[in-house]
Design a protein around this ligand. Sequence first.
Ligand code: FES
Length: 572
Amino acid sequence: MSEDAKMTAHGMQKGLTSYGDPAFSLFLRKAFIKAMGFSDEALSRPIIGITNTASDFNPCHGNLPLLIEAVKRGVMLSGGLPMAFPTISIHEAFSHPTSMFLRNLMAMDTEEMIRAQPMDAVVLIGGCDKTIPAQLMAAASVDLPAIVLPTGPMLTGRYRGEELGACTDCRRLWAEFRAGALSEQEVEQVNSRLAPTFGTCMVMGTASTVACMVEAIGMALPGAGTMPATYADRLRLAEATGATAVVLAKAGGPKPSEIMTPAAFRNALVVLQAIGGSTNALIHFTAVAGRLGIPIDLEAFDRLGREVPVLVDLKPSGQHYMQDFHWAGGIPRLLQELREFLDVSCRTVAGETLEEVATRAEQVLGQQVIRTISDPIARGGGLAVLRGNLAPGGALLKRSAASPSLLYHEGRAVVFPSVEAMVRGVDDESLDVTPEDILVMQGGGPKGAPGMPEAGYIPIPKKLAHRGVKDMVRISDARMSGTAFGTIVLHVTPEAAVGGPLALVRTGDRIRLDTETRRLDVLLDEAELARRRAEWQPPPPPARGGYAWLFHHHVLQADAGCDFDFCRPQPS
Ligand code: FES
């Protein structure tokens, strides 16, 4: 088959296995697939691939079987042939050393399986933090018509009358346990209430943030970002997603590159600021944009942060949960409120403009979750980009989750040279630390840990927690869970493991955080920094080969989305 014919082939004829005789390849393929009982009529339909990311290790994807069944129904009702296929599944709590280490592996797996198997469009079903970013990275690289179906957020639980949810309340109650305010028995009881249904964490953590941004960027149907995982509405949404995939397959587009334009990325970043979303989402969307050759300008993102108000009152920055956001009107209602900051001419996978989506938004009288532009939660946005001699490539601070009194702070550095050293030392009774100090952790970046774990949420040293200290300035090249809170500077770039200035900081140095001027500086002169730089030794490369070797040698820094260098568009 000629290259032209390969490009225009559809359904079963796409991407034939190479046996040197295309007609035989098709004959063989059909012979095997008929073993599953398919008729020739079924095999002549447009094929819709469906990623099956179900796993016994992934409760966030616990509804996958039901979702796939509903997507298949939508595909069949619209004249397509649904074909589900497995890919890697990643759950946050079941990924050693960290899920971020595996995101690019999932992106490569998903990309190659979409490329390898014959499909005219693909439904990407993901949910837990790294899964949808990996799938979007794959979709951007393949550029086959694609639509995302998030698994949806969990419902909340209750403990002694209080509404609880993963994982902001996991952290808050664990901090109370560490401080001695909860007994061992109480914390065990709470453990069974924090994640009461399947679905993704129901606060505005990374999974919810990404799902909301996917809806805003136009890669999913309205409601997909917020509808609870367990509701029948999500199954109807899945059916509609399957039907939309068939429309995409028959029309041959729009393709991901036609939906995820620079303007659409900007819209998604506006929404990230307005929802007080997870810092991780910036890394993920930078990676997706990088696959399409679209640079994410950190300074422009910071300007959005100054202009766009935080409007959504959800934990960890606020008080409510995703189900409340959904019933308050969800993303369509938020888009309506944010109109002046958005390019509402951008189109979604369903062919609508954002203007049309926003106009249809449900109006819920008296709702308290989506605030108006004139009555925001906070006037400045959720995320601030810091620069300075400690972070020449940038660092991120989630302002909406920080203590206002610490947004300007100068203090003495207490340095942990690695994640392990922090874990060993932070609760040591002999640790010389005061509430005014700044906790610094090195070696938590993309290469350093490896995989940039969510260890940036350095716990308050136990002896200070027992005295009632709830927040301190903490700085690292690691990430933090989107469900966490505190005055925590993350993603310091370049990371310590590649010799970034963070590697040069020592206990006793003075550090200044000035959020208003967006500065993060260690108060050392250039001569001293140069002297320490000359003494610095890089850490040894990983002891094992395989994926760990590939990751170490090819992962990019946070400002490039931590993608692999070879996965970005290559110059021809
Ligand atoms: Fe899966 Fe939170 S652990 S979304």
